[in-house]
Design a protein around this ligand. Structure first.
Ligand SMILES: NC(=O)c1ccc[n+]([C@@H]2O[C@H](COP(=O)([O-])OP(=O)(O)OC[C@H]3O[C@@H](n4cnc5c(N)ncnc54)[C@H](OP(=O)(O)O)[C@@H]3O)[C@@H](O)[C@H]2O)c1
Length: 286
């Protein structure tokens, strides 16, 4: 037992004060760092928001406080997501629009400007694939994939960057793929567009960064959604792919929530031109 007088000594007093101050400053910093992920006061536009990765992205950004502009072609599916966000206390507006149609994108931008809903966060997520072998790729299919996966993100960014410039703050996240980094049989136009999206991301990042706009790409590995039902039902593909993923499973849309929120928020204030791979380690494994 220490004598009571010892506890009152200046040295022990200073030590105890330091420990208490350290604990309080840590808890202060904890709440401060979480606020970096808040999207209160932001407006986010997500393309392909009615299903798969885009739907989860929209729910995530709304959950973090953003007002959502939901875009896809089929109004009924979009409306279901809008209702889900509103029921959870968020704000969301649905716009049925084919983003591979330039005039429809112009019209969307015009309507959002009129409604004072121009986004400061743009998630270019809508995408498609053609699984033809090389010799069977048709010109019309090639064009369809290029126009949705590559031209639409460019057109949408051109439409919305001016408003981000005016606010001196913006976030653009292009949903690419691990096929922005590597090739694959039967995915020629898809890989070409995702490599193109990586280049667009980097060149936009290098030009727009000085205006407070960060442009990054999210590169998911295999995530269970409608786009890859064929692969999910292919036993041989499943065995081969899962054996190569260190985490030994398919990804789920939930796995993308944290990385996406980081790229859309103040948490990524010095992240610009980055390709963020979220693939369970697939691409780093030989
Ligand atoms: N799932 C994966 O494993 C994976 C991996 C890497 C990258 N990605 C990328 O992630 C993105 C989303 O993929 P996903 O798996 O979520 O696909 P998905 O489940 O097929 O969803 C596609 C979404 O895009 C919308 N869409 C399709 N064409 C459109 C158009 N012309 N204009 C506007 N919206 C359109 C669809 O709604 P409507 O049909 O109503 O328009 C739907 O909301 C794509 O860019 C994809 O390449 C996916």
């Amino acid at each position: 037992m220490l004598p009571v007088g010892y506890l009152a000594s200046p040295l022990v007093f200073a030590l105890i004060s330091k420990v208490i101050a350290h604990r309080f400053s840590r808890s202060y910093r904890m709440s401060d760092v979480l606020s970096l992920f808040s999207l209160n006061g932001r407006t986010a536009l997500v393309t392909g928001a009615s299903g798969g990765i885009g739907r989860e992205a929209a729910l995530t950004l709304a959950n973090a406080g953003a007002r959502l502009v939901l875009v896809a072609r089929i109004a009924e599916r979009l409306e279901a997501v809008r209702k889900q966000i509103v029921a959870a206390g968020g704000q969301a507006f649905a716009f049925a629009c084919d983003v591979s149609d330039h005039s429809a994108v112009d019209q969307l931008a015009h309507e959002l400007e009129q409604a004072q809903m121009l986004p400061d966060i743009l998630v270019n997520n809508a995408g498609t694939i053609d699984r033809s072998p090389f010799g069977k790729v048709e010109a019309s299919e090639w064009e369809r994939v290029i126009s949705l996966n590559l031209t639409a993100p460019f057109m949408l960014a051109q439409a919305f960057v001016p408003a981000m410039r005016a606010k001196k703050w913006g976030r653009i996240v292009n949903v690419a793929s691990i096929l922005a980094l590597q090739g694959k049989p039967n995915a020629h136009s898809y890989a070409a567009t995702k490599h193109g999206l990586a280049g667009l991301t980097r060149s936009m990042a290098s030009e727009l960064g000085s205006e407070g706009i960060c442009v990054n790409a999210l590169c998911p590995g295999y995530i269970r959604t409608e786009i890859n039902v064929v692969l999910q039902n292919d036993a041989e593909f499943n065995a081969r792919m899962i054996s190569r993923v260190p985490l030994k499973r398919w990804g789920s849309v939930d796995d993308l929530r944290g990385p996406l929120l980081m790229l859309c928020s103040e948490a990524s204030s010095f992240v610009n031109g980055h390709l963020m791979v979220v693939d369970g380690g697939l691409t780093v494994t030989h």
